[in-house]
Design a protein around this ligand. Structure first.
Ligand SMILES: C[S@@+](CC[C@H](N)C(=O)[O-])C[C@H]1O[C@@H](n2cnc3c(N)ncnc32)[C@H](O)[C@@H]1O
Ligand code: SF4
Length: 437
């Protein structure tokens, strides 16, 4: 998406950039590259584990993730068995090399959709092959209405250090209109249990620009978030990728969906950042504010953005091992069949980026923090990023999005608020107009 389209209406299409080269360039034909990488000795980089739990109580109308609703207990049991089998298979790969997991991330979908019994059974089976007691961060994503007091306690006992709560909005009306499964009272009920369990780090997710959002309601969202005083707050600007319910309404049924335009969403995030800064929070990235930077470190994010290995498990998950990007099979029967019928890793598509592409990937991901250190890239890739993209930086400085300092570039607040739109000019020419996902 170009900066010009970002000056106006929220159109259907992807905004958020989470990897490079674009996912559309990863191919089934390259899957042997992952097999080879898995069969080779490990690189000397940190290793993380991602587990995808694809179930949700309801599909939110703005959501673009791979999720399933209305599953039977039997289907969930099948999935848990497949995931446990997958962990067993990957833990035998030479590329693991006995490395401990530095960070673990249960994402979704909604990991907290699993019952205490299903969770304990999953963790027991995983522990037969892997351990995460040495991990510096174990994140678990939760939807407020799926939590209960025993479940929150169980999460703490299972070793979760960072609980991320999908609040999104505090208005019952907007939560309902956007298809969320929970209302505000469930947020407050869950919050008491979460506080009592004393997780080292609790994050709240908000979305700026849910359908119907207004300035008055947004101010109220920010006020209520600050009242809860979470360790960190993550704010996404609502986007409408092709596969959301809202996008299908807009494109197929020609329905008007009242989503705020991009300048308004940026103004909302800016407002939230200012209010939170006044309350003592610090900007940690384009999306995140933290209360105490000394206490909260983002192991998953920071390691990933510096090129660590990430073992991806679960249906459709994305990972990276020894220089190769890969994604697991995205269809239920293929994923389950591969593991439970053939005992094979469920690899779907892959790509081995060139060294220049790995440099671009780190550059665009690290720019989301709001600054880049040229020395880091010179030492790791032998490239001076300020010279290599001198034209791009000049243009961003002229537009008021960036400031050039000796050996460093910093984004201004205006730049940070639109950071994803600033990234495609760093792409190689063949990746600039291609579909992202
Ligand atoms: C996997 S969900 C978090 C856990 C849980 N499923 C939930 O929603 O409470 C990840 C986050 O992505 C964000 N998200 C989902 N769809 C989005 C969209 N279209 N635009 C911006 N953010 C979105 C939401 O903030 C959500 O909390
Ligand atoms: S936003 Fe969360 S709860 Fe809603 S459908 Fe997506 S993954 Fe599920």
């Amino acid at each position: 998406m170009s900066t010009t389209t970002l000056d106006v209406k929220t159109e259907v299409g992807s905004y958020f950039i989470s990897n490079y080269p674009p996912f559309s360039q990863w191919k089934t034909d390259y899957v042997d590259e992952v097999r080879q990488a898995m069969a080779s000795p490990p690189r000397d980089v940190p290793l993380g584990l991602y587990l995808h739990i694809p179930f949700c109580r309801k599909r939110c109308k703005f959501c673009y993730f791979k999720v399933f609703t209305d599953n039977t207990a039997g289907e969930i049991e099948t999935y848990v068995s497949a995931l446990a089998r997958e962990i067993e298979l990957v833990s035998q790969q030479p590329a693991m090399g006995g490395r401990p997991f530095r960070f673990v991330y249960f994402g979704g979908g909604t990991p907290s959709f699993l019952s205490v019994r299903q969770l304990t059974s999953l963790v027991d089976r995983l522990r037969a092959n892997i351990r995460w007691d040495k991990a510096e961060e174990v994140t678990f994503e939760c939807e407020p209405g799926t939590l209960s007091e025993p479940k929150v306690k169980a999460l703490r006992e299972l070793g979760v250090t960072r609980l991320s709560l999908g609040v999104e909005n505090f208005s019952d009306r907007f939560l309902e209109e956007n298809g969320r499964a929970h209302l505000a009272p469930e947020i407050y009920r869950a919050w008491d249990w979460i506080k009592a369990a004393a997780f080292p780090n609790v994050n709240i997710d908000l979305i700026a620009g849910m359908v119907g959002e207004t300035w008055d309601n947004w101010r109220d969202n920010v006020r209520r978030t600050l009242e809860l005083a979470p360790d960190s707050v993550t704010i996404y600007q609502l986007e409408l990728p092709f596969n959301t319910v809202f996008s299908k309404d807009i494109l197929g049924n020609q329905v008007e969906v009242p989503v705020a335009d991009w300048p308004t969403k940026r103004a909302w995030v800016d407002f939230a950042f200012r209010e939170m800064a006044a309350a003592g929070y610090h900007v940690s990235s384009a999306y995140t504010m933290v209360r105490d930077p000394n206490k909260v470190n983002f192991s998953y994010r920071d390691n990933l953005w510096r090129g660590s290995d990430l073992l991806a498990t679960g249906i459709a998950s994305f990972g990276h091992i020894s220089g190769v990007h890969y994604q697991n099979l995205p269809e239920w029967k293929d994923y389950i069949g591969s593991l439970l019928e053939r005992s094979e890793l469920p690899l779907g598509r892959a790509l081995r980026p060139t060294s220049h592409q790995l440099l671009i990937r780190e550059l665009i991901l690290q720019l989301k923090r709001g600054y880049l250190d040229a020395g880091y890239f010179r030492a790791k890739f032998g490239v001076d990023i300020l010279e290599e993209w001198a034209e791009v930086w000049r243009s961003y400085v002229a537009q008021g999005y960036a400031t050039l300092l000796p050996d460093r570039v910093e984004l201004t607040r205006e730049g940070l608020l639109r950071v994803d739109a600033l990234l495609p000019p760093f792409f190689e020419p063949q990746h600039r107009g291609v579909r992202y996902t």
